[in-house]
Design a protein around this ligand. Structure first.
Ligand SMILES: Cc1ncc(COP(=O)(O)O)c(C=O)c1O
Length: 496
């Protein structure tokens, strides 16, 4: 096992650095004409900025980045399929014709960018069978919100807004499904899991009625279990007059294998910042690509790219719910996802899906040999899809070491914090690693070896594991300190 210790720098704040007169850039004053700057915009006094050289600035931010906990080691972040972000796609999105575009520029001046959006729309139609895509939603939760608003508008257009007040989902859905539907005014019906690991058809039938507006569901769910009765689910909801929305967050294991529209769904969403190799922007510059059937397309948020003559124009659909985000959303992310999809090709996408399922089941076989590790629904012996939810309850009972302690201790070996579970935790001490297609077998083996080592350590020296991390720039954070105003700086948590 490789030894690792994060650097710990006694780095001052940038505002406390520098010397008067030190410069990073020199601007030519010759020929400068101060009169070009309007009087009212001129500074009365120089700005209070640190005077530092370019190497000082570079070293400062490099040191800060070295103290960051995570996203530089092996990251197996389940339910989101966090992927490597190819440098080439970053370079494409940084081309001046994309980077420097202003959202209010007229469509004639951004034909190339609109062409990329249109082509990517067409690719996602191919992957889903849907008729139309919009890219305004800034993430999966935003796309779920789009669906809730569109369902409301769709039923209202048929005179059924007052009647269709319920949204049906499963306890295994991402919390954004019930949360966005509730925000849109729907009453939420949450189905419990049945013996096969997904809700039974009987429970669905009992929940669905002429009051059903919408079903929101992911498949496979976060346990990695695929519900093979899904077409029957959609049929039941449609028969009652409701709409069906496929939350495709867990698309990785079924990419190129199934198409949401062919399963009957009216709409679906893909997270470009997860499945399509785009960086996850922490609630910022992400995209929840939202696709729907022809019947729902008139309600999509606008503007959308349309073909016009030999070029492209922008159009807002007739009964649009309005904007869910500014302009056309985070289009530079669409460019990156377009690059990823073109590079993979249809065959590559199918192969990536196979690799993710094979790697997950390879992991599962090794992980279940570690004492104290069990999987959710152990009686379901079939292969899981691209991820499996495990439990460390056995380890906790034997040693008092929790899954979060293990997560912290694994960071001491250069492993990024892994994903636990969305709320509610129906599996105690849950963890959900997901290999995806990008990590090598050696990386996966290292991850598993580290977990096995930490389990051993938990038996030999539980206090050492409980107080981890020990090889990081920061020590274990105490919740109590987090509540103390003024104590939440890096300095307060610095390792001794
Ligand atoms: C199943 C599922 N749906 C929706 C979301 C929400 O996506 P986002 O984080 O892009 O808002 C997630 C994210 O974890 C998810 O796992």
């Amino acid at each position: 096992m490789k030894r690792y210790h994060a650097p710990v720098w006694d780095e001052p704040l940038i505002m406390d650095m520098g010397r008067p007169g030190r410069r990073g850039q020199l601007f030519p004053l010759e020929g400068a004409d101060a009169s070009l700057v309007p009087e009212a915009l001129r500074r009365a006094a120089p700005p209070a900025l640190p005077e530092v050289s370019e190497p000082d600035v570079l070293r400062h931010y490099l040191k800060l980045s070295q103290q960051v906990l995570g996203m530089i080691g092996i990251s197996l972040f389940g339910t989101c399929t966090m992927k490597y972000n190819p440098r080439l796609n970053e370079a494409m999105a940084a081309l001046p014709g994309i980077r420097d575009v202003h959202p209010q520029q007229s469509p004639e001046t951004i034909q190339g960018l609109l062409d990329i959006v249109w082509r990517f729309d067409t690719m996602l139609r191919g992957l889903s069978g849907m008729d139309r895509f919009g890219f305004q939603a800034a993430g999966g939760a935003d796309a779920a919100w789009t669906m809730a608003c569109m369902a409301r508008a769709y039923h209202a257009s048929r005179g059924e807004a007052g009647q269709r007040t319920q949204m049906v989902t499963s306890i295994q859905s991402h919390p954004c499904n019930p949360a966005t539907a509730a925000t849109a005014g729907f009453e939420i019906i949450t189905l419990p899991l049945g013996p096969n690991g997904y809700p039974t058809l009987e429970s669905l039938k009992a929940a669905v009625s002429d009051r059903t507006a919408l079903l929101m569901i992911n498949n496979p769910d976060d346990m990695g279990i695929y519900n093979p009765e899904i077409t029957e689910w959609v049929r039941i909801v449609h028969e009652a007059g409701g709409l069906a929305f496929y939350d495709h967050a867990n698309f990785n294991g079924v990419m190129g294998k199934i198409r949401a529209r062919e399963l009957g769904f009216d709409a679906c969403m893909f997270m470009l910042h997860k499945t399509f190799g785009v960086p996850k922007g922490g609630g910022g510059p992400a995209v929840g690509a939202f696709g729907c059937s022809q019947a729902l397309a008139p309600f999509l948020p606008g503007p959308l790219v349309i073909q016009q003559g030999k070029g492209f124009a922008l159009e807002t659909p007739a009964h649009s719910i309005g904007r869910v985000r500014e302009y056309m959303g985070n289009l530079h992310q669409v460019v990156k996802a377009y690059g990823w999809t073109r590079a993979m090709g249809a065959e590559g996408i199918r192969e990536a899906s196979d690799i993710s399922v094979i790697l997950n089941n390879y992991m599962e076989t090794r992980l279940l040999k570690i004492p104290g590790v069990t999987k959710s629904h152990p009686h379901i012996t079939g292969w899981r899809m691209e991820m499996t939810r495990y439990s460390l309850e056995g380890l906790f009972e034997a040693t008092g070491v929790s899954v979060m302690d293990v997560q912290n201790r694994m960071a001491d070996y250069g492993i990024d914090a892994f994903w636990l579970s969305h709320e509610p935790w129906i599996v105690p001490h849950p963890f959900t690693p997901e290999a995806g297609e990008a990590w090598s077998r050696e990386d996966i083996d290292t991850w598993i070896d580290v977990l096995a080592k930490v389990v051993e350590e938990s038996h030999a020296d539980p206090e050492m594991v409980r107080s981890a991390p020990h090889a990081q720039a920061v020590r274990k954070l105490s919740d109590a300190v987090l509540d103390e105003t003024g104590a939440t700086t890096l300095r307060a948590f610095r390792a001794e």
